[in-house]
Design a protein around this ligand. Structure first.
Ligand code: G1P
Length: 292
């Protein structure tokens, strides 16, 4: 697979798991320390060599567009204050990325969100990042997948082993093991019960997809939760075409879950020199108090 430069971020979801804050703040804009969740995904895409960012938005998501744009008022105030460091930081994203936005007018599921980007993708293979899945990795996960996709000349999805109790939260694949990290996928199912899960290999929100996926997305009927599921389209694709799963290297946090989100905040804050000492002190005091 050549010419990998476009990446789609589905960001039209209602964020119901984070209500009430998501009533007026897009989930993608919730901070991990001091950067919005979606920025971690956008930075991963850029570091992976994907320069064309496509964000599928919906009602109430204007804050995302404002974030990736210049803010002249703010820049004016900061430059008068000679606050160079923060000025550079707020200019960095609009300078580095050009984002194309498309609206998903009805929240009909992940597969439908991807379908909305069809006209912007055209005939190229493309990446997908679900920003909720925050992944801390030495080599950005999208890059890990892109390398496999180029080598195998086929689409690739990110996989992670999960416990049996967790299979109901993910797309789960059945495949043939090729090596320690690589699987050839034969089948997959969206959020199965423990009893019907074909394995404990879960799909995590990074994909390298062929443009042919749009053909299958148009064919699938509403699946789990009445939504158009990407997993169902991939399952159809896998029947006639090769597709691989890759056990990525890195630590993933579930930013769509309150505990996962809190953990990501703590872990990313601990990576910051100026915060580490103070935060460790607070955490140990909290633990001590809880055990009293
Ligand atoms: C989506 C996909 C699912 C995948 C998951 C990873 O589900 O449909 O296959 O395992 O992302 O985070 P969601 O969590 O959006 O319901």
């Amino acid at each position: 697979m050549k010419n990998l430069r476009k990446v789609v971020f589905p960001a039209a979801g209602l964020g119901t798991r984070f209500l009430p804050v998501t009533k007026s703040t897009p989930k993608e804009m919730l901070p991990i320390v001091d950067k919005p969740l979606i920025q971690y995904g956008v930075e991963e895409a850029l570091k992976s060599g994907f320069k064309d960012i496509i964000i599928v938005t919906g009602k109430g998501k204007n804050a995302i567009e404002d974030y990736f744009d210049y803010s002249y008022e703010l820049e004016d105030v900061l430059s008068k204050r000679q606050d160079k460091e923060i000025l550079e930081e707020i200019r960095r994203m609009p300078k580095e990325v050009d984002v194309a936005y498309i609206r998903q007018k009805n929240p009909l599921g992940l597969g439908h969100a991807i379908m909305c980007a069809e006209n912007l993708i055209c005939e190229e293979p493309f990446g997908v990042i679900l920003a909720d899945d925050i992944i801390d990795a030495k080599i950005p996960v999208l890059k890990q997948l892109a390398e496999v996709a180029k080598k195998m000349n086929a689409p690739v999805i990110a996989l992670m082993e999960v416990s049996k109790e967790m299979v109901k939260k993910y797309g789960i694949v059945k495949g043939k093991k090729i090596n320690n990290r690589l699987w050839e996928i034969e089948d997959m199912v969206e959020k199965p019960d423990i009893s019907s899960a074909p394995s404990n290999l879960a799909i995590i929100g990074r994909y390298i997809l062929p443009s042919k996926i749009f053909y299958y997305l148009k064919k699938v009927k509403p699946g789990k939760n009445g939504e158009i599921q990407l997993t169902d389209a991939l399952k159809m694709y896998a029947k006639n075409n090769k597709i691989y799963g890759y056990l990525f290297e890195g630590k993933r946090y579930d930013g769509g879950d309150k505990l996962g989100y809190l953990e990501a905040n703590i872990r990313f804050a601990l990576k910051r020199k100026e915060l580490k000492k103070g935060l460790l002190k607070i955490l140990s005091q909290v633990i001590e108090n809880e055990h009293k």
